[in-house]
Every structure is written in structure tokens, then in C-alpha cells.
Design a protein around this ligand. Sequence first.
Ligand code: G6P
Length: 500
Amino acid sequence: TVTQSEPTIKASMIVVSNRLPFVLKKDPKTGELSRCASAGGLVTAVAPVVIKGNGLWVGWPGIHSKEPLGEIPESDPSDQTPTAGLRSDQVVCVEANPTEFDSYYNGCCNGTFWPLFHSMPGRAAFSADDWRNYVKVNKLFAMKTIEALEKCHKRNTASQNVPIVWIHDYQLMLAANWVREAAEERNLPCQLAFFLHIPFPPWDIFRLFPWADEILQGILSCDMVGFHIRDYCLNFVDCCQRHLGCRVDRKNLLVEQNGRSVRVRPLPIGIPFDRFVDLARGAKKIFKTQQKIILGVDRLDYTKGLVNRLKAFEVLLEKHPEHREQVSLLQISVPSRTDVSEYQQLKEEMDQLVGRINGRFTTANWSPIRYIFGCVGQQELAAYYRDADVALVTPLRDGMNLVAKEFVACQINQPPGVLIVSPFAGAGEMMHEALLCNPYEIDEAAEVIHRALTMPEDERSLRMNRLRRREMECDVNFWMRSFLKAMGSIEEDDVGVTRM
Ligand code: G6P
């Protein structure tokens, strides 16, 4: 097998993201703080680079507190996650005023940018107040980043290399503005990068945002800007040209801004492939049924196409009655952004729809839909991924979608299952051997599910082998390495491929 090892880095890295790679928990009795680590793929790849390069991580610790939080605790000795080695002096907590943070996070980030960037402007609210707080909180993150940069310069005086400041996602599109300004004023050299984890919309949609030019200028304060796929890069370049009048080079993906040339790069994120294989190997069998399982795993979010998915499954049972009592849909919906009304409404709609479809088809020995509304541990998830016959990844729009990748990593049994993916997810652009399914075409989606359920074993193996090989090679360490290459910050001889 060929796997990607962790890259080594020449410079120190400061990561800036809305959330820290762990959540702080406060004991209600003693007031003592402890860390609750995140298991996400991004953290897996980025944390080791921050740790090894003696860098820092700037972000929100996931709680609000009346008094300043004070000392960040070290990680628990039993913590085996990638952030365990992140010392408390490598963490800079952003503590915002709770009302302002609510307006920034629930209002502007999740009430405006999230729907707009997923090309759903009808769901977006445009509020001057939320925008004011978005600017304010971004400024706060920028000031904290400058503090981190100062520390980084002091600590690594011997280093010949300029630190990389890497800002993440739609919550922080303005921050680079003030980081660049203050870094220049205080003579703190750095390389600035931004990565967007969600789609970048076409100009027609982007221009609806009243303060669109400020967003573009914020992102263009960086030296390098990354998106998952080339289409998002081209949308961004197009917006810079049409909205700001920048000179652009579409072929080489460059944008000229204030005499600087900003590099725009497609950097499709991967998953920690080996970790999922190990989890799948170690997981106990959970399903105690002979029935086939179709699996869906998503945050409960309207971009994920969950309503359309349930309707397609209903049509399948209607038009192909041979699947009744033979097939179940296991839908895991992870609660998310529960303070935002769009998410509350979706929860209601899903509960009703599951009830209606189950009411219509359930028999004494079978229910068509099993619906889990809650969080599922990684090991349990790996067992579902491994033992499912079909995975349905059918978002209406999605930056990349890692569930599709995690499912194929866990397909270690023969004969393997079948992946169905939407062309409107970044993952659908690259996972060519999956069955494509337009979630808006409900009747057709039902036929695609039927095709997956009846696909011959050799075709399943052929498709899955190719899908797995790509994800194994282009894993999250490969992504990290591609980013560092794009920043010119990786040893040329660090080919980083381990052959076993
Ligand atoms: C998406 C975004 C992330 C975000 C995550 C969870 O993947 O790209 O930036 O952290 O959703 O959403 P939350 O609002 O809970 O952070």
C-alpha cells in the first residue's frame, strides 16, 4: 500500500479558525477547565504541523464565560487525539462578548454566508447589525492573531523562515485585512493564507451580498487562497474581476491586488484514510439483520438534501415493492446550529416525514427508516460505514463532503457496498466511479438507489477499488503537503510517500 506520511515544515504555522481544535468544558462545581478534543480530519492533519513547528492555534474555545477564562489547561494524559501534543502556550483563545458573538456566528456566518455560499439566497437574511458584528469579531480574531505572531517571532528567533498564518473558512473572511496591516506596521513578517471549506458561489449569487467588495478585499489580503475545486477558484477569480475590477489571469489563477499577485489554488481536502481503515478493522458488528442497509450520515443541515433523500426512498418503495421488508434506510442526523430557525424547522420537517413514511410502510417485522438524531462515536460510525450496502451522499450543495470519503475508506469487506454521490458536492467532482445522483430529480434518484441495490458484485468491486485507491493516495496528509507546496514551504526532497 501507499500512504502519505505527515509532512515536515520549514516554517512555523499559526492556524486561525472559528473553533479551536478542542472545546473547553467548565466543571459547574469547581469551575475547573478541561479539554474535549475534536476528532475531525482537518485537525488530524494540521495539528501535528502546528505542534512540530512550534506554532500556535487561534480560535474560539466553544464556551462563553462572564470572567476571562484564564489559563488554558494542558491536555489530559489519556488523550490520544492529534491535538494532545498542543501545549497550552500554543493556544490563543478568542473570547468575544456573547451577544456580539451570537450575531456574528448565528446571524452573519450561519444565517447569511452559509446559505448564500451554498447558492440558496432565498434562505439568507441580510442584516446590517449582524454584518457590523461580523466585522467586529473578525477584527478581534485579527488582533489575537497578531499576538500569536508576536509570540511566534519571539520563540523562533533562530528560524530563517517566515511564519505562515493560515486562516480558515467563511467565519473569518475579513481577518487577513488587519493581520496584514498590523504585521506590516509592527515589522512582523509572515505569509498569509486562506482556505474556504465551503463552495465559493458564482458572481450572480455573490453580488447579492451588500458588502461583497469588503469580503473580496479581506480574502485578497492573503498571499495564497485555497478552495476545494477549480470551479470555486474560477468563481472567486471572476468575482474579483467583475466586482473589484482586478486584473486576473484565469489560466494561472492569479489576481492582482494593490500591486501584489494573489495565488488562487484548488486544494481538495482528503481524510485520514488509514485511521478509518483501522477503525473499520477494529469495529464490532452492530447490524443484526439480514436486510440490506442504505446509510446516510449528515449534520442536520438544509444543504444536505435530507428531505429529498427521504422522498426518493419513499418513491423506491412505491415503485419497486420488491425492496419492501428487504431494505432499510439508516439516517444519522447530527444536531447542528440549533439556535438558527432554519435548522429548527428542518428538524420538525424531518421528524414528520420519517413518521409519515414509516407509518405508510412499516410491517410487524420491518420499518423502512431508522432515524438517529444525535452524535455517533467514531468506532460505531466505522461499523455502519463498513457494513452498509449503499451510502447516500446527496447534498443539494456541499464544499467537499467527507462522509463519501470515510465510507469508501471503511469498505474493507468483499463484496463492497456502493457509493451514491451528488454532482453538487465537491466530492462528486472527483469520485468518478460512484453512482451520480441529482437530488432534485426525486424519481430518478429512486432509480439510482435501485441500481445500487441490484448492482453485480464484480462491478461493485471494480468501482470501490478505484475509489479507495484515490482516497488512500489523496488523503489529508497529501492535502496538507499540497498546501505547504503552494506556500513554497516544504523541503523539495520531502516526497512524503511511505511504501509498505
Ligand atoms: C462546516 C464548516 C466548518 C464548521 C462545520 C460545523 O464544515 O465548513 O467551518 O465548523 O461545518 O459547523 P459549526 O457551525 O458547528 O462550527
